[in-house]
Write a protein that binds this ligand. Structure first.
Ligand code: NDP
Ligand code: PYC
Length: 334
């Protein structure tokens, strides 16, 4: 694979300029370019610049409103709602996560339902931000069908990620962020692009047969992680990020999607909890003792350690050259 070196500032500038050129407002371009850059910084490659062509396609098709004005309301002191106004999720997050944090700090627990939004990023930016404020957080979104429920060969679930953050005194939060598919579709697409195979059990081809060829899985279906157990978590996410927040489930999102290659309209469910109120002030001693024991086990590494380590590197990132060419071509094509 040929790569080109770009500094983080260059990545941010390229993403921002491309989004502005396709019709995003300054605020949206800043918010999306920021999550794209943070993904590249942390080595979340399937949700960095790789997503720019999809963002551009959905702006150009008119499906996503480049000047969307997400608005926050508070149906109750602990229930917050953000209407994404058909824009991208990162600006909705900028306008609502601090209010969610304040509500959880004051009341112990608070939820944020985001509707009429388009989520095309990793979820750790939102849970990590809440964890940094001393809160325990859970976030999930659905997508469009690409995962067959356990026992089926037909897709019904999205790749439906869930992220969890736990605050740690004096250190960045513990965070995991994972698709409930055996592999995120972005990683399957990257494996296909790079001519790599994927582990057995990742997905089925169009005939419903197991395959390790990512190109065949793209034509077929992904499988949930962990058999029926992962399948049920994917089902739960359909319900939390859909009906619970007042949005569509994956198959409905697909029906109303234009098929432009960008993210569909959907919802996001975010829960924030204040451990000081839920458990009292001794929780850090207990959780730190647990996490230290866990992290000390031979063979174990804590989730987010890889990202946090990558984050320490101030140097350039190595970006797939074909992807860069594709992104730069969208700039010159206006
Ligand atoms: P991974 O399988 O790469 O990682 C899942 C989690 O497990 C991460 O927190 C990761 O931490 C951790 N982890 C990975 N390997 C190990 C290990 N050996 N030991 C301990 N922990 C480990 O993620 P996925 O491929 O499932 O998802 C990738 C991204 O795709 C996510 O950010 C997700 O939000 C995003 N996504 C977004 C969707 C959307 O609709 N917006 C849909 C589907 C996925 P670390 O990061 O430190 O490696
Ligand atoms: O990687 O599965 C994925 C994905 C879907 C939407 C954003 N990322």
């Amino acid at each position: 694979m040929n790569t080109s070196s770009l500094t983080l500032d260059e990545i941010y500038a390229l993403a921002r300029e491309t989004l502005l050129g396709a019709g995003a407002s300054e605020e949206h371009a800043d918010a999306v370019a920021d999550v794209v850059t943070r993904a590249e910084r942390d080595g979340s490659h399937s949700h960095g610049l790789f997503r720019i062509p999809g963002y551009i396609a959905s702006l150009r098709s008119g499906k996503v409103k480049g000047n969307a004005n997400p608005g926050l309301s508070k149906p109750s002191p602990v229930v917050l709602h953000c209407d994404g106004d058909l824009g991208y999720a990162p600006l909705a997050h900028r306008r609502s996560l601090n209010s969610l944090a304040e509500a959880a700090k004051e009341n112990g627990v608070a939820t944020l339902s985001i509707t009429r939004t388009h989520h095309f990023a990793a979820l750790w930016p939102e849970t990590e931000a809440l964890g940094e404020q001393g809160l325990v957080a859970v976030a999930c979104v659905s997508y469009m069908p690409s995962v067959a429920p356990y026992g089926a060969t037909e897709a019904l679930y999205g790749t439906n990620p869930m992220s969890f953050a736990w605050p740690r005194p004096g250190s960045p939060p513990l965070v995991f962020d994972m698709a409930t598919a055996s592999m995120a579709m972005g990683d399957v697409q990257i494996a296909a692009r790079d001519g790599q195979s994927v582990p057995a059990g990742t997905g089925l081809d169009a005939n419903g047969e197991l395959t390790t060829d990512p190109k065949e899985i793209i034509k077929g279906v992904l499988l949930p992680f962990g058999g029926y157990k992962g399948s049920h978590i994917a089902m739960m996410i359909e319900l939390l990020a859909g009906p619970l927040v007042g949005e569509a489930v994956s198959f409905q999102s697909k029906k109303r999607d234009s098929g432009d290659g960008g993210p569909p309209q959907g919802g996001e469910f975010i829960l924030a909890m204040n451990p000081d109120i839920l458990s009292g002030y001794e929780w850090p001693d207990q959780s730190e003792a647990f996490l230290e024991k866990l992290g000390a086990l031979e063979g174990v590494r804590l989730p987010a350690e890889r990202r946090y380590r990558n984050r320490q590197d101030p140097g350039p990132r190595h970006i797939n050259s074909d992807l860069l060419e594709k992104i730069r071509a969208t700039l010159s094509s206006g």
